[in-house]
Design a protein around this ligand. Structure first.
Ligand SMILES: [Zn+2]
Length: 443
């Protein structure tokens, strides 16, 4: 299989349970059969479980499987796989200054390519089909995403001020133009002003203007820690969300990452923007940032996605785990197990993520929907006896339950094996590169 192409030979997915955006069950002795064509679901029919697929197509899955839309990772920094395990047990500011930035200063473009590919492999094998990424050398992330055959929304990371920043914005716009729409539209590009605390107001305004002129969306970290909000109020008399709004950031479609400490007056701005909030519960826990008020945000009409954040500041790129935290944390924090429901959280992880990234035809398992699909094996002991599907998946699903993954109509994972990525090569490249970065950083 050539890089990036996946398998386009005729295949169908089969399962006796479907989810997207609600659960459906096949009648006994039958399975749903999902046929794809040209990047879309062509048909969902019920067939006898023992019947061979029509026209010699390969039938993947069957009884004991569930098919659902591919998971959408709403916020990550994939190439930070190379920094995994670095700076553990530090708060965000010290984690960045003492552990991450000294290594990132030595990152090469090739490091970003291989580190991104490793992250894509981990994500794909656990059922993520769409990755919303922000990082340095993002052209390398684009090449890796094309090679892996994933859907990706890539933000060119920007920080700083002055002339150097203006030049970086110009280069970022050129990079976005070069890759936006590549891979038959699977790649979308946007500008990634890192955060209001690393991009002063004039820099945010500069990026907002550039994105407006180039017709690009934005991706930014907002209100991640209590300290960030307090410092913003002291310095600007405004919350990070309000600073972003004032500088025109919300005039474009935005992915707002984290938003752990929105003030009540921030919520209408977040609800009115095109885009959504990428909730990253694992990262918010690992860095001691806190628990985002997702219930208040959902009730305010804000589109919610779920992200892992980068694998150095979060427990890996397993979106099931992020969804599990997004499901359980508010129940404990609010003392109310009724919200959010499992179906609500699984929608955040599928259709919600897609809506935050600007696409409304994603997140269903029905004819006409995007053919980004995951077949999950539910025959393991941890799945039995079965319960309502969304709650079952959020309770116990693991990456290793993911057997087949389809992106844009192409099979990219079959029987738990990546078809588009040479994992042995990725492994050896990444281990060597991570060791070199540690040595260069002197830690
Ligand atoms: Zn982040």
């Amino acid at each position: 299989v050539a890089a990036g192409t996946g398998v386009t030979a005729p295949f169908v997915l089969r399962a006796d349970r479907l989810w997207g955006p609600t659960e459906r069950r096949a009648t006994p002795g039958h399975v749903f059969e999902i046929a794809v064509s040209g990047g879309r679901i062509a048909a969902v029919t019920e067939v006898a479980a023992a019947a061979p697929a029509a026209d010699g197509a390969e039938a993947l899955g069957g009884v004991g499987f569930a098919v659902l839309p591919g998971l959408v990772n709403g916020h990550t920094h994939l190439a930070m796989t190379l920094l995994r395990g670095v700076g553990q047990d530090l708060p965000l500011d010290r984690w960045l200054a003492e552990a991450i930035w000294p290594r990132e200063a030595h990152l090469t473009p090739a490091d970003v390519y291989w580190g991104t590919l490793l992250g894509l492999a981990e994500g794909l094998l656990s059922g993520t089909t769409w990755f919303s990424d922000m990082y340095l050398h993002e052209e390398q992330a684009a090449e890796a995403a094309l090679a892996a055959g994933v859907r990706a929304d890539l933000a060119v990371g920007l920080a700083g001020e002055g002339e150097a920043f203006d030049h970086a914005v110009d280069r970022a716009v050129d990079l976005c133009r070069a890759y936006d729409g590549a891979g038959s539209g699977r790649l979308r590009m946007r500008l990634g002003p890192h955060a209001p605390y690393t991009c002063p107001p004039a820099s945010l305004r500069r990026v907002a203007h550039a994105s407006d002129r180039a017709g690009l969306g934005l991706h930014i970290h907002l209100s991640e820690t209590r300290r960030e909000v307090e410092e913003s109020l002291a310095r600007h008399g405004a919350t990070p969300v309000q600073v972003a709004v004032r500088q025109g950031i919300f005039d474009r479609p935005v992915v707002a990452a984290h938003v752990v400490y929105p003030r009540p007056e921030d919520l209408p701005h977040l609800a009115a923007m095109a885009g959504g909030v990428a909730h990253c519960p694992g990262s918010n826990l690992q860095l001691g940032s806190g628990v985002a008020p997702t219930r208040a945000m959902a009730d305010a009409g804000i589109t919610l996605a779920v992200g892992t954040d980068g694998p150095a500041s979060a427990p890996g790129l397993d979106l099931w785990q992020a969804l599990r935290l997004a499901w359980l944390l508010p129940k404990g924090a609010n003392g109310d197990p009724s919200r959010p429901t499992a179906d609500e959280v699984l929608r955040w992880g599928t259709a919600g993520g897609a809506r935050a990234l600007g696409r409304g035809d994603y997140g269903g398992v029905a004819a006409g929907a995007a053919a980004d699909l995951v077949a999950v094996d539910l025959r393991g002991p941890h799945h039995l006896p079965e319960g309502p599907l969304a709650a079952q998946l959020l309770s116990v699903a693991r990456p290793s339950d993911v057997r087949h993954v389809v992106v844009d109509g192409r099979l990219v994972v079959r029987d738990g094996h990546l078809l588009t990525v040479d994992l042995d090569r990725v492994r050896s490249e990444c281990v060597a590169r991570a060791a070199r970065l540690a040595t260069a950083a002197g830690t």
